[in-house]
Design a protein around this ligand. Structure first.
Ligand SMILES: *[C@@H]1O[C@H](CO)[C@@H](O)[C@H](O)[C@H]1NC(C)=O
Ligand SMILES: *[C@@H]1O[C@H](CO)[C@@H](O)[C@H](O)[C@H]1NC(C)=O
Ligand SMILES: *[C@@H]1O[C@H](CO)[C@@H](O)[C@H](O)[C@H]1NC(C)=O
Length: 339
């Protein structure tokens, strides 16, 4: 009896899950994954994470960065998405501000803008008794594509969704495209990445085929990994909360929804995210092997933490010096657009 209980205790799933708010590192036209070396890249991004971020970054960035805008101080990864703009009837554009995730509380309420990052195992409650293998130095990937141009294709990207927020805590329903009505609490965008790895390649020509996507909607558990991509990695996801309040009285008279991505996408079908792994040493693996949840993973149990003030202090100098805020005549880099 005793040995049976012992065995059950060890068979119990571990629960590790990370959820943390990173403040903004930079907002500019750079894209070291899809357009390495292009200064500027095609469209504006909002980037959080370590300060090794640049147009040509390569290798183990945890060894190159000296600070991070994320609360776990060994996480020098970079996380980014496109930027949302408001298009005024008069033809001008204005960047939509980002606000921090109220669910996280603690120091995160004090961070500037940024994103909420998740590394889960299966869902919020278990890893399904599977070994989760952390990403390796040099690993990078993208999810979604700015060239996605149909609603059906957008629906097929189950991990890429929009939520029209009644308040900061609204999470459903999830939509495949921009909400068409005013959202009192703003708009949340969600990017769930694939979690099945081919076990060999740190990247691939399209930045996606070394991974296999079994993600389902919301935070429901992803499907099993196929034989071609057998290695289960952490389920990475981003949430961004866009504060649309300042535009509430400026909606177009014809009632059309006025938000547009920085690559000039008014439907939202092309929503996408980018990731470069940068956790120091085996820190992410240690977290995935433990049973801590969310903030409880910090302060050395097992991850090292830093304060919101330290997060906010980390930044980089923009290499692309152009206006991305205020009222703009056009979206940066989108002059040729016919939309
Ligand atoms: C960008 O980072 C790489 C290392 O990843 C470094 O070799 C290069 O000098 C950096 N470029 C600039 C412009 O700082
Ligand atoms: C459009 O409207 C905004 C908000 O009132 C204003 O600040 C901006 O200058 C206007 N743009 C043009 C081209 O009139
Ligand atoms: C959203 O923006 C408005 C100003 O337009 C500001 O008053 C409000 O505090 C912001 N909300 C959050 C949650 O940051």
């Amino acid at each position: 009896m005793k040995s049976l209980l012992f065995a059950l205790a060890f068979a119990a799933p571990s629960q590790a899950g990370l959820r943390f708010g990173c403040s903004t590192l930079s907002i500019q036209r750079l894209d070291p994954v899809v357009e390495p070396g292009n200064v500027p890249s095609g469209h504006v991004h909002q980037i959080v994470g370590g300060n090794a971020f640049n147009a040509t970054m390569q290798g183990d960035i945890a060894e190159q960065a000296t600070c991070t805008t994320c609360p776990f101080s060994e996480d020098f990864s970079n996380y980014w998405t496109a930027v949302m703009y408001f298009k005024h009837e008069n033809g001008s554009y204005h960047r939509v501000p980002i606000y921090p995730n109220a669910q996280i509380g603690d120091n995160t309420a004090a961070v500037q803008g940024g994103m909420t990052i998740y590394y889960t195992q299966k869902d919020f409650n278990s890893n399904g008794n599977e070994k989760i293998t952390a990403f390796k130095p040099g690993f990078r990937m993208t999810v979604g594509s700015p060239t996605t141009s149909t609603l059906d294709a957008a629906k097929g990207h189950h991990g890429l969704r929009y939520v029209c927020l009644d308040n900061a805590l609204t999470r459903f329903p999830e939509l495949p495209d921009f909400p068409t009505k005013k959202c009192p609490g703003g708009i949340m965008t969600v990017h769930h990445f694939p979690s099945c790895w081919d076990g060999k390649n740190l990247d691939s020509p399209d930045h996606q085929s070394h991974m296999y996507n079994t993600v389902k909607e919301a935070f429901t558990p992803a499907g099993p990994c196929p034989a071609s991509h057998p290695v289960k990695m952490p389920q990475l996801a981003y949430e961004t909360l866009w504060n649309t309040t300042m535009f509430a009285n400026m909606w177009p008279k014809d009632g059309s929804q006025p938000f547009v991505w920085s690559y000039d996408d008014r439907k939202g079908y092309g929503t996408h995210g980018d990731y470069i792994f940068g956790w120091k040493g085996d820190s992410l693996q240690k977290a995935m092997d433990s049973s801590c949840m969310f903030q409880a993973c910090g302060n050395g149990r097992p991850l090292k933490s830093q304060t919101a003030a330290q997060q906010n202090k980390c930044s980089i100098k923009n290499t692309v010096t152009e206006e991305t805020q205020g009222w703009l005549k056009e979206l940066p880099g989108q002059k040729m657009s016919m939309q």
